[in-house]
Design a protein around this ligand. Structure first.
Ligand code: CO
Length: 365
């Protein structure tokens, strides 16, 4: 579920973009969100998303390039500071690990799944003959002992059922070991509200935000070299962000991500402080990176000047592309001085996160 108001604040002190997503019919941003959410794109299998991103960014970019791991980098502007605006294309998913003689499949999970999110779900396997529907079966309550009814099934006990009776029928459907698996969760406007239901909001909403930012910045003048990077393999170790940053060599890195709303049933204010629909969130802390304080102070001031409701968030876990951007190219101590005596601005990374909430029945991490 995603709030209607997905505002991404993007700044170097020189650029500011506020994007309001509107759920009206024929809204191109809504269409973009739907296409991005519905596209299958597990880590290492980002091609369907990459196609959409290239299609959306190419008309507004002065050049398109790729890093060696498949990240797309759209550039706009020829002079000025090098600004890396980042969102990752891959989503939580899995890959077929083993085909049993009885036609069931086991799954290697990719990314940070909770075991309780895996059972009794519909999935799509991207096989050699096209998409194949699957379900993660569970045992029937009539045969499950009482003490098992409230137990979380570990992922090792989860299997995919595609209706095949043996390994030969699995092969006949074009499914084999290593094929990507994504949740079967079509994009839906939730009951006419401004909330959207679907999979892969982490980080397709960031992908949509950086596309809109590029469109808006390309239509105006700005004094920067803007590099919009749609990265690969974030969910399994921030890998594409590292290689993309090596290519871009940014002075400033900004990752647009899915945040975590705390205003849900069972939520605790120490876990996360942002609320759905209350504006973009700016991460001041997580376990992977600390943003530059001067840059966050600037963003807070800019948000106040522009009347953008900015939320601040500190989360105990988490890790995203900003951490890897910050450490790339040798990293830079914010206190170091350039030869001209000014503060070296290189590689200050921060996150401006579009707020999302949990999506029952879909991948949400
Ligand atoms: Co993410």
């Amino acid at each position: 579920m995603l709030t209607l108001i997905c505002r991404s604040l993007v700044t170097l002190g020189l650029i500011a973009v506020a994007t309001a997503l509107d759920a009206q019919e024929n809204d191109p941003t809504l269409t973009l969100l739907q296409r991005l959410s519905d596209a299958p794109g597990t880590s290492g299998f980002e091609e369907p998303v990459r196609k959409l991103m290239v299609e959306a960014m190419k008309p507004h970019a002065t050049s398109i390039q790729y890093d060696g791991l498949g990240s797309v980098i759209a550039k706009h502007g020829d002079t000025g500071p090098r600004i890396m605006l980042d969102a990752h294309m891959d989503e939580l998913g899995g890959m077929v690990r083993r085909v049993t003689s009885t036609g069931f499949l086991t799954m290697q999970m990719l990314g940070g799944w909770l075991d309780q999110a895996l059972v009794d779900q519909r999935w799509v396997i991207i096989g050699s003959k096209g998409p194949v529907k699957a379900v993660t079966g569970i045992r029937d309550i009539h045969v499950v002992p009482a003490d098992e009814r409230t137990r979380v099934y570990p992922r090792e006990m989860v299997f995919l059922d595609i209706g095949a009776r043996n390994a030969e029928e699995v092969a006949a459907l074009g499914v084999s070991v290593g094929d990507p698996v994504v949740p079967d969760a079509p994009f839906t406007v939730l009951n006419g509200t401004n909330n959207y239901l679907g999979k892969a909001w982490d980080d397709r909403v960031g992908c949509a935000a950086v596309v809109v930012a590029l469109q808006k910045l390309a239509a105006t003048s700005h004094p920067n070299q803007l590099f919009v990077a749609a990265t690969t393999q974030e969910e399994i170790g921030l890998r594409g962000a590292h290689t993309a940053a090596d290519v871009i060599k940014p002075d400033i890195g900004i990752a647009i991500e899915g945040g975590i709303t705390g205003d849900v049933f069972g939520g605790h204010p120490e876990e996360t402080q942002v609320k759905l629909g209350a504006g973009p969130g700016l991460f001041l802390y997580d376990s992977s990176a600390l943003p530059n304080r001067k840059l966050t102070a600037f963003i807070k001031q800019l948000a106040a000047d522009k009347n953008i409701p900015l939320q601040l968030d500190l989360v105990q876990g988490y890790g995203d592309d900003s951490a890897e951007i910050q450490k790339s190219n040798g990293g830079v101590d914010p206190k170091t001085r350039r030869s001209d005596g000014g503060e070296n601005p290189r590689l200050h990374a921060l996150r401006s996160r579009v707020i999302r909430s949990r999506c029952p029945g879909t991948n949400v991490l």
